[in-house]
Write a protein that binds this ligand. Structure first.
Ligand code: THU
Length: 147
């Protein structure tokens, strides 16, 4: 089922999903054995890859989505300048970002960013970050104490 969700499917999103599928192969998952891939499209059309990276202490584990976002920021992209992010995992339904990733997505991706969610069967659902995290706590709630 391609294009199911709130947003109509765009051609560049399928390419982005293919990149996420590639990134998934690089996941470091000795504990969960659950590989996840992400691909983040920046304003210049460049793709930033992400995979989940686990740790023996479990807590430091970084999800694929955050890996892609943090890489892009480290590479000089401005927060909320991205065109889309794709994420893929071996799930029955298209994988959806965890709560921590949704919080990071709202800050670095912004509420309008399309999230292309897929699984290995090729099922895809698209929603915006704002749809995935309604009522988010953001920097605006901190008044003038930051930024
Ligand atoms: N994981 C992700 O990378 N992204 C998601 O959207 C869901 C969960 C990772 C974290 C952990 O390495 C493994 O999947 C199992 O939770």
């Amino acid at each position: 089922m391609i294009g199911k969700g709130e947003q109509p499917m765009q051609p560049e999103w399928q390419q982005l999903m293919n990149a996420a599928r590639e990134a998934r192969e690089r996941a470091y998952v000795p504990y969960s054995h659950f590989q996840v891939g992400a691909a983040l499209l920046d304003a210049n059309g460049h793709i930033h890859y992400g995979c989940n990276v686990e740790n023996a202490a479990y807590g430091p584990t970084n999800c694929a989505e955050r890996t892609a976002l943090f890489r892009a920021i480290a590479d000089g992209c401005a927060p909320q300048s991205f065109r889309a992010i794709a994420v893929i995992g071996d799930t029955a339904e298209p994988i959806t970002p965890c709560g921590v990733c949704r919080q990071v997505l709202i800050e670095l991706g912004g509420p309008a960013l399309p999230v292309i969610m897929g699984n290995l069967n090729g099922d895809i659902i698209v929603k915006t970050v704002g749809e995935l995290l309604p009522g988010a706590f953001t920097s605006a709630d901190l008044h003038d104490k930051t930024i």
